[in-house]
Every structure is written in C-alpha cells, then in structure tokens.
Design a binder for this molecule. Structure first.
Ligand SMILES: [Zn+2]
Length: 77
C-alpha cells in the first residue's frame, strides 16, 4: 500500500511551531497530519462544507485566507 504524504503549505505544527513541516496522508477513510520535524501527528477531521454556501462577491481578493486545519480541541472527541 502506498502512502502519499503531501506537505501542507503554511501549516504550523501545534507542538513545535515549525512551519511547512506538516504533511498529510490518508489511511483508508481517515486523514492524518504529521509533523516531520517533531513527530507530532493526529487525525484531521474534515468537515465537508455544504454546496450551497453563498459566495460573497465583494471584490476583495486580499482577504483570501490560507487553508486552516481543525484543531482537535475544537472538534471534540
Ligand atoms: Zn512539530
């Protein structure tokens, strides 16, 4: 079985605080992130946004936000 690990651009490790050290990989239906710097890893809980989210057309492209991962503290368990 081949595991493809992809770096997450701009992701900061919650343990060691290093940036661009987080890779994510899939294991079956689940996705995990792992820090290649300190070995931190946890499961990524993906929340699929509803398709009917209203697109805000305000013309402010400057407000583009980086991809954010859900912290396990927020997701509960
Ligand atoms: Zn780390």
């Amino acid at each position: 079985m081949t595991q493809v690990k992809r770096f997450i651009a701009g992701a900061v490790c919650p343990r060691c605080g290093e940036m661009d050290r987080i890779v994510m990989y899939r294991e079956g239906e689940r996705q995990y992130r792992e820090c290649v710097s300190c070995g931190f890893h946890d499961e990524i809980r993906l929340q699929t946004p509803p398709r009917e989210v209203q697109t805000r057309v305000s013309g402010s492209a400057d407000e583009a936000k980086p991809v954010r991962l859900i912290d396990p503290e927020d997701a509960g368990s």
